[in-house]
Design a protein around this ligand. Structure first.
Ligand code: ADP
Length: 666
């Protein structure tokens, strides 16, 4: 076995490989770009080598720099992870030429599967069913149009060099074909430097089912059953599971046999995945699935197969690469239970899944194992305080669950996502949780169009319940602390009404200003109202971790995270973010007459006010970051701004003049 390996990757997969290597007593070398100097994979590895600046083309794709790093650190082998250089046959050859071992298949096997058209021709020759279509060399557009007509519409145009759904076009009628072909070829040229396309019959109600294979250098090739990855958005996997729902022994036997034949046909070695498209319009059939492509590396979703087989695939990769035989035969393998994986991303589902960035001011997962089998496993490459940058894939973590059967595993997935709390960046957590509870998903009726059909319901932003608003108000006033509020007069700095103590606070909830009145009713009982909604609750327990409260005889749990971006209340798994708006009218010192003064020392993080601008009362003027919170300073009245005396990024002292309004005549 190797003494030391280098991991040519970043994020969760680099961390995951390091974990297994460590367990096996193998030293690890990480590589990092300037943007990743403080990243998790760097701190977890025994050694780390800088390979270049942030852009991937100058760092994680720099094969030569990575090989030089491995030689310099004395590593004997390179694990490529997924993505980056993992399926680059030239890199494999360079690694081997440098006298190092590539932990993956031979370059020839990667090359054989590298182009979709050549791979399909090869598979056809090996007797593996392929999607009916045209995958020839002739790229003349009239010829391709004739082939499309012969296949029968609808057809799918695919870039032969494609990946990640790029260069793919669904064409419903012959009239649309020429334009679709032109745009697919253009995208293929731009993305892969190769405009060539193939044409496939479009399978309606398609299911994506893939088979995990493993081969050693001693002639053994096995499969480790299938995964269903049909829950996709724009051809990208969202939630994966193993085994596939509705799979029969007959279909499994046919599909896994085809996968093993595919691997044997190209002299495969190591971990690989053979992807099939299956007709999901009815029950799965032994003649109703076709080869799509082979991924010659470890897949993102490999943990669901690890969960149902109890094996560590990275350990198997390392053993195979070191020349050991696979430690089992096909007949030794069994499926145990059911597993799901959800891919948690920093992205805004409600806004077309735009990638999001931000610093993860709060990040906590349910009790879970990391990189090991368990009922709940979380594979993450970031921790609280880390930034999601625009440089790399915005994945935060993979949440993997394992249960005795599909229904219990799926329920556990929903619960685990609800118990995942992230503040500081928009994420797809709520979308994933909603998807895990979708009736079609629960029934196992998954196909690649499910998400698109129900997108609006799956991405609808959840309303902010009055209890979340109430807890935000209580937290903002510093009344969460159990020592506070037993006697309302103890702590109150606000108003004294006739019979109750009252405090006032204004919160900004997504641009919506809520002026809250918090009545302290004694014995930790609070009534919070924004004028239209009221919540009355009793705080039972509050510590750093959880807040238990009672409303109407119902005991519930919430969490509050306070960070620079404001205050986040997590209720029923859903984060509700608030900013504190300083009560300028009451406080008196935030503005005096026409001057907006800094109510405390802080950093100006955002400036909305501009000289000569007309503003209305309540309009945000600037954001001041102080005491780990952002405070939005708003206009105390309608008027015109005379002068702005600060700039973004400026540190200001208490009482400093920030913005001056033009005086109102008379
Ligand atoms: P890429 O390599 O770009 O990811 P794939 O060939 O793996 O492309 O296909 C990605 C996804 O597109 C599949 O998982 C499936 O959802 C859909 N797809 C691919 N081929 C077909 C087809 N012939 N009919 C219907 N859907 C397809």
């Amino acid at each position: 076995m190797f003494q030391k390996i280098l991991i040519a990757n970043r994020g969760e997969i680099a961390c995951r490989v390091i974990a297994t290597a460590r367990r096996m007593g193998i030293a690890t070398v990480a590589v990092y770009s300037d943007a990743d100097a403080g990243a998790q994979h760097v701190s977890l590895a025994d050694e780390a080598v800088r390979i270049g600046p942030a852009p991937v083309a100058e760092s994680y794709l720099m094969g030569e720099a990575i090989i030089a790093a491995a030689l310099r650190a004395g590593a004997e082998a390179i694990h490529p992870g997924y993505g980056f250089l993992s399926e680059n046959p030239g890199f494999v050859e360079a690694v081997e030429a440098a006298g190092l071992v590539f932990i993956g298949p031979p370059a020839s096997a990667i090359r054989a599967m590298g182009l979709k058209d050549a791979a399909k021709r090869l598979m056809e020759g090996a007797g593996v069913p392929v999607v009916p279509g045209y995958h020839g060399e002739d790229q003349d557009s009239a010829r391709l149009a004739r082939e499309a007509a012969a296949i029968g519409y609808p057809v799918l145009i695919k870039a032969r060099a494609g990946g990640g759904g790029k260069g793919m076009r669904l064409v419903e009628t012959p009239a649309d074909f020429p334009a679709a072909l032109e745009s697919a070829a253009r995208e293929a040229q731009a993305s892969f430097g190769d405009p060539a396309c193939l044409i496939e019959k479009y399978i309606t109600s398609p299911r994506h089912i893939e088979v995990q294979v493993f081969a050693d250098a001693h002639g053994t090739t096995v499969h480790l059953f299938e995964r269903d990855c049909s829950l996709q958005r724009r051809h990208q996997k969202v939630i994966e599971e193993a085994p596939a729902p509705g799979m029969t022994e007959e279909v499994r036997a046919a599909m896994t046999r085809a996968a093993v034949e595919a691997a044997r046909a190209i002299g495969y070695r190591g971990a690989g995945t053979v992807e099939f498209i299956a007709d999901g319009s009815g029950a799965l059939r032994p003649d109703g699935f076709w080869f799509m492509e082979m991924n010659t590396r470890l897949q993102v979703e490999h943990p669901v197969s690890e969960a149902i087989t109890g094996l560590d695939f990275v350990e198997l990769q390392l053993r195979v690469a070191a020349g050991e035989p696979l430690p089992f035969a096909q007949d030794d393998l069994r499926i145990d239970g059911w597993a799901f994986e959800a891919r948690l991303y920093a992205e805004d589902a409600a806004r077309g899944f735009l990638p999001a960035t931000g610093t993860l001011s709060h990040l906590s997962f349910p009790p879970a194992t990391t990189f090991r089998r368990g009922p709940v496993r979380v594979d993450a490459g970031v921790c609280a305080g880390d930034a999601i940058t625009p440089w790399y894939d915005p994945m935060i973590a993979k949440v993997i669950v394992h249960g005795p059967d599909r229904a219990s595993a799926l329920a556990l997935l929903g619960q685990s996502l609800d118990a995942t709390r992230i503040a500081g960046s928009t994420t797809n957590r709520a979308f994933l949780a909603a998807l895990s509870r979708h009736p079609g998903v629960r029934a196992g009726c998954v196909d690649t169009g499910l998400i698109a059909r129900d997108l609006d319901a799956l991405t609808a932003p959840p309303p902010c319940p009055p209890e979340a608003m109430a807890l935000a108000g209580i937290a903002a006033l510093g009344l969460l602390d159990p020592a506070v509020g037993a006697d309302p007069w103890d702590s109150v700095t606000g108003w004294r009404g006739w019979s109750v103590a009252q405090c006032f606070v204004t919160l900004d909830h997504g641009g919506d200003l809520r002026a809250l009145t918090v009545d302290l009713l004694g014995h930790r009982r609070f009534r919070v109202s924004d004028g239209s909604e009221t919540a009355t609750l009793v705080l039972l327990d509050a510590d750093d971790k959880a807040i238990r409260f009672e409303t109407d005889g119902l005991i519930r749990t919430a969490h509050v995270a306070q960070g620079t971006e404001g205050l986040t209340v997590f209720l029923d798994g859903q984060p509700h973010g608030f900013h504190l708006v300083l009560p300028q009218g009451e406080a008196g010192h935030a503005h005096s007459g026409d001057a907006i003064l800094a109510p405390m020392p802080g950093l100006v993080t955002r400036l909305h006010a501009a000289p000569a601008a007309e503003v209305v009362r309540g309009a945000p003027l600037l954001v001041l970051e102080a005491m780990k919170m952002e405070h939005v300073l708003t206009a105390p009245r309608d008027g015109r701004i005379a002068e702005v005396l600060v700039a973004e990024g400026e540190q200001v002292s208490d009482g400093a003049l920030l913005v001056r309004f033009e005086a109102v005549d008379g």
